[in-house]
Ligand binder design. Sequence first.
Ligand code: GLA
Length: 393
Amino acid sequence: MFATGDTELAATPPMGWNSWNAFSCDVTEGDIRTAADQLVETGLRDAGYEYLVVDDCWMADGVDDEGRLQPHPDDFPSGIESLAEYVHGKGLKFGIYSSAGTRTCQGLPASLGRERLHARQFADWGVDYLKYDNCGDHGSNDAIARYSAMGNALAEVDRDIVYSICEWGRNEPWRWGRNAGGHLWRATHDIVAKWTTDEQEFGLGIVDIIDQMHERGMDPHQGPGGWNDPDMLQIGNGPDSGQSKLEDVDVDRALTPAEERTHFSFWCLFGAPLMAGNDLAAMDDWTRELLTNEDAIAIDQDPLGIQGTRDGVLEETEVWSKRLAGEECAVILFNRGESTTDIETTVETVDMPVDAATYTVRDVWNDEVRETDGQLHATVDPHDVAMFRVIPE
Ligand code: GLA
């Protein structure tokens, strides 16, 4: 189990938006201002998406005389402090990116050996969230040393900064992320906007990540203040999104609506950080409705902070569940196969802590409410889910 630490920050999984999946290295301060406006206008902020994070490529290719990071002169001409002010003015929090190596993944200056200087710089700029990547030369330092150095530096500044460790799950960061000062830690490699990827291909698809989140045995390590992070959302993205167009990424079609619903449902069942990653100015109604579903978000943000797990497998169908506060339970019936299938289970199979004569079943995705004496079932399309909140009466 996890050590006690600061659980007020990130008491529930952080929610927000990050620039990488939509804009990759082409991001500009204009994109960030637009994203801030859009988070408000589309209702995402009010649904809980609070942290607006600029990922790699905000910095110039050189540090100042003291070693401080500089904003890119053409793409971020107004500087980071004024950008953070703009974001704060919209009732949002502002996040930034660096790496625990000499360079970022795009080859720009990063923070190894300059952690205290950069932490102070971020605090002075009004930064509320740091995503800290794993690229560049590590010298002779192991991951725990590199991530703890920044965690300690952030703890010394006079500002609350959520610390997002992005070590890709290489060294089981769920075991040491909290002690390194982290509030969330990437548990898996980079997500791409695909259902699944081949082994030799860059990144992981949705179903690959779902499997790894279960199979790597990380769930006991998560809870308030420290979250296993299956990476940012790819909902609303496709072959034309920034990350999809990178040289080593190969996205030939968008996720289907069923696959997107499965993606969002599982991230909520995991109690995962929900960082949207789509171009908000081009968001359609389907994507907005998916990202703002109140019942799904309530399952994600449940105060117990339990990561849901797999309870049973029958051929291509699976039953997953997550214990919720108030002796309730969230259930996913998942069809990973290629034909529509009936899936059945009972409250005895899932993580329902009490035995009752009757349960209310609220369907997250179609608003139906029904009563059951314990049977749970749905007809589920290929790559799709049914998701319920089950409440004992
Ligand atoms: C790594 C991270 C991604 C993103 C890119 C930026 O691949 O895992 O999430 O931040 O770097 O270059």
